[in-house]
Design a protein around this ligand. Structure first.
Ligand SMILES: [Zn+2]
Ligand SMILES: [Zn+2]
Ligand SMILES: [Zn+2]
Ligand SMILES: [Zn+2]
Length: 752
């Protein structure tokens, strides 16, 4: 390379013209060659190129300028001159095909006894010892050369031994300066071996010039060696092995690069070579290989992460995180295009084929003629948890499972009637699966028929419990019976059933009440009526009760009208039943409360004493017949008379001074008071309603406390009792009125 400065003119003779040049030179200066056999290698001999050309030697010429290269090939001769000062550099390159030429050059040097600048043997051995880094072409050439020189060396040593030369020691010739290891005969640089004699310790010859060492017997000679013959053989074997490996690697690379491989290449096989192998590839191929390898690493990483996700034991992994078949197929395609596979891929492949098998099984299962039992599907569903791979068919499998659960539920419950709400929910759920199978559509249809049937019955029930006119008991009984026969169960029917039971119990009670010797009291009827009033049933007994109660109440109102004084609040019973406890103290209190309550103008709404308890008691039970009532009444009447007499006596004895109080005002006696002819109590006229203007002292006068009612005519009462006889119910008031009337008639008879 010429870096800078003046040009250089080159003359060159190519390698195939070298011999012609040498002969030509020899013919022009034979004496010089005799003196200096390596004359042509000295940079001193110049011949006019025109003479050479004239003698048929091919000569070429060029001018090398700054920045230009000139390459001379082996065996080519060259000479030249500089046009001025320049700065240049020369380098030797050793491509594979140079090696045999190098050997030729060295051999030629030996012939001409020229000092060689390096040892060719040393170069070859050095190359062979580092064969792992060799380019295959260099390797091949090295092998050829090594094979040659090892044979030569072995032969040389054999003949030296035959001459009687004995072995010396191992010598590392490469560590010796070149001028100390040159053959004395041919000037070549020794490396593999050298022979010396004890007579001239500083002189060496190469294995080929043992004869020219000295005049001593070869028995005095020693053979110094770099390697034993075994070591040389091993070196050759190692090189061969390396080259074979290289050959395989090259084949493999070719297969990958040309991407026409039949089967995928395992990543491990490539990895074995890649460290050193990649270095000995042609640049374009190496780049392609490096790309392939880096993609292989990427795919492998991807495969690892897929495997990790597939094997994940975490339950939380959702569908999005699940590996999909697509993920796997994408990787598969990538690996196939790449041509390189690896362990992880094989694992994925196995899992995939497992999954596809599983998928096929499911497909077959789902295509079968009938819906299976849930456990058949759940077995497959459980299997899916083995790998976390999202199979599209799995969703359909789950749907089939749910459908089978539904179908089982429907079939299990088909022998008992479901309420309409249950049927509706079953139908609604079933509609999610009806596309799956005919059986499901059939079941849904059946359920719909059942539901319609139930709705008809339910409607009937509603009509029976809501509509007017009310149904009869027998209508209801008939309805319930037909529902039972049709095996229909509805809560509305249950309600009707319990209504019927209530009604039957009620009728029984009513009939029991009717069976007594006497009619029951009105309160019993009223109670009974209340119990059945809400029955949505057309009942004769209820109508009878209603009628009877109305009649009784009408009678009571009539009786009350006959007895009650205007504006009195007393009940009929209070007006006509005997009273007791008319003790003066109680009376005084009663008067006070009466005064507080009475409006100034109205009558005093209070009567002396309270109703006799025994009367109330005897009239509260249907068990007591009228005779009992009459007996109690008489006793109570006697008691009443006693009480009244006590009161009269008490009032009569009351002193008319400041020590006693009178009247409703509880004030002392004063003039112009009126006295009650029944209780003997005095009243201030001003304290009485209308200031007592209606009281005529000459006539019989009874105070408001003693007056409970009007005094109806006996014939009115008899008439009233007559209408009482027509009632089909007992009235306590009626009984008392009866007693009262009898008592009155007795009095009248006595008086007459
Ligand atoms: Zn020699
Ligand atoms: Zn000697
Ligand atoms: Zn009185
Ligand atoms: Zn008074």
């Amino acid at each position: 390379m010429n870096f800078r400065g003046e040009p250089k003119t080159w003359y060159g003779v190519p390698g195939d013209g070298a011999e012609k040049l040498e002969n030509c030179m020899k013919s022009y200066a034979p004496e010089l060659f005799f003196k200096t056999p390596d004359l042509l290698h000295h940079l001193v001999t110049i011949m006019n190129p025109a003479i050479l050309v004239k003698d048929g030697v091919p000569v070429v010429k060029t001018d090398q300028h700054a920045g230009e290269f000139v390459i001379t090939f082996p065996r080519a001769y060259h000479a030249g001159f500089n046009h001025g000062f320049n700065f240049a550099e020369a380098n030797n390159f050793c491509p594979a095909d140079w090696l045999p030429m190098g050997r030729c050059a060295i051999d030629h040097y030996k012939d001409v006894k020229r000092y060689s600048v390096f040892s060719h043997d040393e170069l070859i051995c050095k190359l062979a010892s580092e064969c792992q880094y060799l380019d295959p072409a260099i390797g091949d050439a090295t092998k050829f050369e090594l094979d040659y020189i090892v044979k030569q060396e072995k032969y040389g040593r054999k003949s030296a031994h035959e001459k009687g030369v004995s072995d010396g020691d191992r010598v590392c010739f490469e560590l010796m300066p070149d001028d100390e290891r040159q053959c004395d005969a041919c000037k070549t640089t020794c490396f593999l071996s050298a022979v010396s004699c004890s007579c001239k310790p500083n002189i060496l010859v190469c294995i080929n010039h043992v004869d020219q060492l000295c005049s001593c017997s070869p028995k005095n000679y020693s053979l110094w060696y770099r390697y034993t013959t075994d070591e040389m053989t091993n070196m050759l074997d190692a090189l061969r092995e390396r080259l074979e490996l290289c050959q395989k690697w090259k084949l493999l690379v070719n297969r990958l690069i040309s991407s026409d491989q039949q089967a995928l290449i395992d990543f491990n096989d490539i990895e074995k070579h890649s460290t050193s192998g990649i270095l000995c590839l042609r640049d374009d191929i190496r780049i392609k290989m490096e790309e392939k390898l880096s993609e292989a690493m990427e795919c492998r990483q991807l495969a690892k992460s897929l495997l990790k996700r597939i094997d994940s034991k975490e339950n939380e992994i959702d569908n999005e995180n699940q590996v999909s078949l697509n993920d796997i197929n994408q990787l598969k395609t990538r690996v196939k295009t790449l041509g390189i596979t690896f362990n992880e891929m094989n694992e994925i492949q196995n899992i995939l084929s497992d999954c596809l098998g599983y998928q096929d099984e499911i497909k077959n299962l789902l295509q079968s003629d009938k819906i299976q039992t849930p456990d058949v599907y759940s077995k497959y569903i459980d299997e899916n948890t083995r790998y976390r791979i999202n199979l599209p068919i799995f969703e359909r499998l789950k749907l089939f499972y749910e459908a089978s659960v539904w179908l089982e539920l429907v079939r299990k419950s088909s022998n008992r009637t479901n309420p309409p709400s249950k049927l509706r929910s079953l139908i609604q759920t079933g509609q999610n699966f009806q596309v799956l199978h005919e059986d499901i559509r059939k079941e849904i249809h059946q359920l719909q028929i059942q539901l319609q049937q139930l709705e008809v019955w339910d409607d009937k029930c509603r009509q029976l419990t809501k509509d007017e006119p009310k149904p009869s008991l027998s209508t209801l009984e008939q309805f319930v019976k037909s529902a039972d026969e049709a095996n229909i169960h509805l809560s509305s029917i249950e309600k009707i059933k319990s209504l019927i039971t209530d009604c039957q119990q009620w009728i029984e009670k009513f009939e029991q009440m009717q069976q007594g010797e006497h009619y029951p009291f009105l309160s019993s009827y009223e109670q009974l009526y209340e119990q059945a009033r809400h029955f949505h049933i057309d009942l004769d007994a209820l109508k009878f009760l209603e009628q009877t109660i109305i009649q009784a109440r009408t009678w009571l109102e009539k009786a009350q009208g006959i007895f009650r004084r205007s504006e009195s609040n007393l009940t009929l019973m209070e007006m006509i039943a005997p009273r007791v406890s008319v003790a003066p103290k109680i009376l005084s209190k009663k008067r006070q409360s009466a005064k507080r309550m009475a409006n100034n103008d109205g009558p005093i709404n209070e009567s002396i004493g309270i109703l006799d308890e025994t009367i109330g008691r005897v009239l509260s039970s249907n068990e007591n017949d009228p005779e009992n009532v009459y007996k109690v009444y008489r006793e109570a009447s006697m008691k009443e008379i006693e009480c009244l007499n006590e009161l009269r006596d008490h009032n009569k004895k009351k002193p008319k001074d400041q020590s006693s109080t009178y009247c409703i005002c509880e004030k002392p006696y004063s003039d112009s008071m009126v006295q009650c002819d029944l209780c003997n109590e005095y009243y201030h006229r001003m304290c009485l309603p209308y200031h007592g203007t209606d009281v005529n002292t000459s006539n019989w006068w009874i105070c408001d406390f003693c007056t409970r009612s009007r005094r109806p005519r006996l014939q009115d009462i008899v008439k009233l009792l007559g209408s009482l006889q027509k009632l089909t119910v007992r009235l306590p008031e009626g009984e008392i009125l009866q007693c009262l009337t009898e008592r009155a008639i007795t009095w009248q008879e006595k008086a007459e």
